[in-house]
Design a protein around this ligand. Structure first.
Ligand code: RVK
Ligand code: MG
Ligand code: MG
Length: 326
């Protein structure tokens, strides 16, 4: 892969997360029917509670993952946990389990235990998966490291197997998207087979969900069926397969894939963010409509900063790719 394409894909995965998050934020928690009655369809960035083009916890935490991987060159749990604490901004709208873990970390609880026993058996919220794009991009050419790093990254906050397992699945899907040649049609069956082959017994529930994805892809799009069979909620199991479906349904259009995700309703910022990461990793950041890119917030840790993180992450991804080839 040329260095330019790799850089564009790396920026695409990070800026894709941001763009999907910003598109979904104004309708977060709306049902499909509420979106229809308020907007007909979401087709553009809408005014949001923090302003047009602003992001939420999804992008904020993704930035922390990217910063830590770039600075350390490898997963370092304490460093990444410290980035989550330093970047915390309650206005961005975090899940309550994530708030609790970040508070525990700020009080000196070790990163290996801060996420344990949340909700009894650990969180299965989609917060581990929504922030995982940097891992998928950095290790796209090294699947073992990708799987291991995604698991460790998610487990800082999400120790339920469906929580961290779904994050691993999303990271692998981003890695496969980054490996794909944008000008060649995507073989969605092979893509799903690769995902299924990495599922571990602790989170085998995803196997069934991915078979639903395969079946839904063979039929005309029907939002009710997608929502009923895959979900559109705040759980990892009710959102990661949905994002994978939205991407595979329209693998060659960032705009169509992400708008399909957002218009399903439910956890719109997160399903939008995860679909955006997948699509951006395949198509590169230039596939994100320029008028959307221009409208993304661009203050401290805004659009330019996220693009710079994408560039630096691509350098790490390139070294790993080259190292494996030698
Ligand atoms: C606000 C029962 C559980 C559970 C378990 C439920 C942001 C809880 C982002 C919990 C994302 C919620 C989202 C989210 C990301 C999780 N038993 N219920 N074992 N595990 N839940 O709190 O970072 O929007 O109701 O860990 O994963 O945009 O509050 O946070 O949409 O899932 O939050 O899980 O959330 P958390 P998170
Ligand atoms: Mg959010
Ligand atoms: Mg959300």
């Amino acid at each position: 892969m040329s260095p330019d394409l790799l850089e564009s894909k790396s920026i695409g995965a990070l800026l894709g997360t941001f763009t999907g998050d910003a598109l979904g934020m104004p309708v977060e928690g709306y049902t499909y029917e509420m979106i229809v009655s308020a907007y007909g369809q979401v087709t553009e960035l809408l005014p949001a509670r923090l302003g047009l083009g602003t992001y939420t916890d999804d992008t904020q935490l993704m930035i922390g993952v990217a910063e830590s991987l770039i600075e350390c060159g490898v997963f370092k749990g304490e460093h990444m946990a410290n980035r989550f604490v330093a970047n915390f901004d309650s206005q961005r709208g975090y899940g309550r389990g994530a708030v609790e873990v970040i508070y525990r970390l700020s009080q000196g609880v070790p990163w290996r235990s801060a996420g344990a026993k949340l909700f009894g058996g650990g969180s299965f919220g989609n917060g581990g998966a929504m922030r995982i794009a940097p891992v998928g991009v950095m290790y796209f050419s090294d699947t073992d490291s990708l799987l291991d790093t995604a698991e460790k990254t998610a487990k800082i906050t999400h120790t339920h197997p469906l929580g961290w397992g779904g994050a691993v699945l999303q990271a692998l899907a981003i890695g496969l998207s980054a490996s794909s040649e944008p000008a060649t049609p995507l073989d969605t069956d092979s893509f799903l087979n690769e995902l299924v082959s990495c599922i571990q017994p602790e989170w085998e529930a995803y196997q069934h969900k991915l078979e639903h994805v395969r079946e839904l892809l063979s039929q005309p799009f029907d939002e009710d069926e997608v929502i009923e069979r895959l979900g559109n909620d705040i759980s990892t199991q009710g959102s990661v397969p949905t994002a994978i479906y939205c991407f595979l349904h329209q693998p060659d259009s960032f705009e169509d894939a992400v708008l399909t995700a957002v218009n399903l309703g439910g956890d719109t910022d997160t399903i939008g963010a995860m679909t955006g990461a997948l699509s951006g990793a395949r198509l590169g950041y230039e596939a994100i409509p320029p008028e959307w890119r221009d409208q993304l917030e661009n203050g401290q840790s805004g659009r330019d900063y996220v693009m710079e993180l994408g560039k630096q992450l691509a350098e790490h991804a390139s070294k790993i790719l080259t190292g494996l080839r030698n």
